[in-house]
Design a binder for this molecule. Structure first.
Ligand SMILES: NC(=O)c1ccc[n+]([C@@H]2O[C@H](COP(=O)([O-])OP(=O)(O)OC[C@H]3O[C@@H](n4cnc5c(N)ncnc54)[C@H](O)[C@@H]3O)[C@@H](O)[C@H]2O)c1
Length: 394
């Protein structure tokens, strides 16, 4: 495939266009707002300047990337594109209108992909002329840097479209995982407890946010604690993902958003980008403060959060959202977890994970803590994720 179309030249669209252009594709990028195109051109040049200054690209490569990109103000310029990735505002009706128009312009063999984080691929596919050629390709931010891409076939997507999409994205040197079309796909679903359980512990006043952050870094080896990470992602984005996953799963209690985070969004305390979130970035004192951890208390916090994450990963496997290997890759490459959660489960011991989850279930009598069937069956049969064939216990 030579001609690639990108719709939307905001954060994600521009990043994806840069990736495709760097890999020698002829890229057509369209945005309905001319001012967004002007801004994107400036931003791309700034990015390439930085890469050049760091000696990551040559002047020839810089020129080549620019020459590979055609900035479009008319979607009709996409008529020869063989693969189009949409990265516009996260809104069903706006995306659907764009897809309806696009599918009148491109050929029936063109693959149309959406970079949506939370919308149903099956639903978006229903509004194009040839839904068999529609698919989800979910890049992570920043697209040129993050190695992971989740590929999500809708129920209408034909096998060949999946194969071609995998080949194309792999040729861009990305790690690919395939996910079932379910809310949050792999990463945004499995990662929810890292934020939600940490906030719950904080709301219950069992530990401070600083204490929880340092516990997860020191005992778990996470690069950022949950509160630092939420501040980094931005509470508008992180809260919206939680709310959307919770709503899309018919208000599943495991994913329930928190009032503490909602209040931050209401106050426009969005995290690093607005100077204040859980932490106040005008006062940097929290960053240097090294808290002495009480091993018993920290172990309790770490095990509670990690077991909730393991429970999500195990459930995703049980419900065939993705393969064992893809679940591990997704969490290590998409959100930089220090190790895969299923390996972590084996290391901690499945029986121990089950007993920790059962402890919280008995304590709170809340659905949120019910233990995944797969973990219970594995504990009973004394098998692990990686030394046994898990299906024998099911
Ligand atoms: N930002 C992230 O971290 C991230 C990560 C993965 C996926 N996504 C998904 O990628 C998509 C884009 O997100 P973003 O952060 O790049 O948004 P953004 O706001 O930075 O950019 C969206 C762009 O779409 C343009 N646009 C809006 N309506 C349009 C239309 N009708 N036709 C053409 N262009 C239109 C806007 O002018 C803007 O330039 C969303 O679906 C989002 O869920 C975002």
């Amino acid at each position: 495939m030579k001609h690639i179309g990108v719709i939307g030249c905001g954060t994600m669209g521009l990043g994806i266009a840069q990736v495709a252009a760097s890999n020698n594709h002829s890229v057509f990028i369209y945005d309905s707002f001319p001012s967004a195109i002007d801004k994107a051109r400036i931003n791309l040049n700034k990015t390439l300047q930085t890469l050049f200054d760091k000696e990551k690209i040559s002047k020839e490569k810089w020129d080549q990337i620019i020459a590979n990109i055609t900035w479009c103000i008319d979607l009709n310029e996409f008529k020869n594109c063989e693969f189009v990735i949409e990265a516009i505002v996260e809104n069903y009706s706006i995306k659907k209108t764009v897809f309806e128009n696009l599918s009148q312009i491109v050929s029936d063999t063109c693959i149309i992909a959406s970079n949506t984080s939370s919308l149903s691929i099956t639903s978006l596919a229903s509004c194009v002329k040839n839904p068999k050629r529609f698919i989800g390709v979910h890049f992570f931010n920043p697209a040129p840097v993050m190695p992971l891409v989740e590929i999500i076939p809708g129920i209408q997507t034909e096998e060949n479209s999946l194969t071609l999409s995998k080949q194309l994205i792999a040729s861009w040197k990305k790690e690919i995982v395939v996910a079932k079309d379910t809310p949050g796909f792999i990463v945004n679903r499995i990662a929810r407890p890292y934020y939600g359980e940490a906030i719950r512990i904080y709301e219950e006043n069992l530990a401070s946010k600083e204490y929880i952050d340092q516990t997860m870094k020191k005992l778990g080896g996470f690069k950022m604690g949950p509160f630092e990470l939420m501040d980094f992602i931005g509470h508008d984005v992180n809260y919206a993902v939680t709310e959307s996953v919770w709503t899309a799963f018919y208000f599943e209690p495991k994913y329930k958003p928190s009032l503490s985070q909602k209040r931050l969004v209401e106050a426009a305390y969005l995290g690093r980008k607005s100077g204040r979130g859980f932490y106040n970035y005008e006062d940097v004192s929290h960053e240097s403060k090294d808290i002495e951890l009480d091993l018993e208390k920290s172990t309790m916090i770490f095990e509670r959060i990690i077991c909730m994450l393991i429970h999500e990963a195990a459930d995703a496997l049980y419900l065939e959202i993705a393969s064992k290997e893809d679940i591990e890759t997704a969490m290590c490459k998409g959100v930089n977890y220090p190790k895969g959660l299923l390996h972590w489960a084996d290391e901690i011991g499945i029986e121990k994970c089950v007993s920790i989850l059962n402890y919280y279930y008995n304590l709170y009598h809340e659905e949120r803590y019910r233990c995944s069937a797969i973990l219970q069956m594995m504990a009973k049969s004394k098998i692990t994720f990686f030394n046994h064939n898990v299906s024998v216990c099911l």
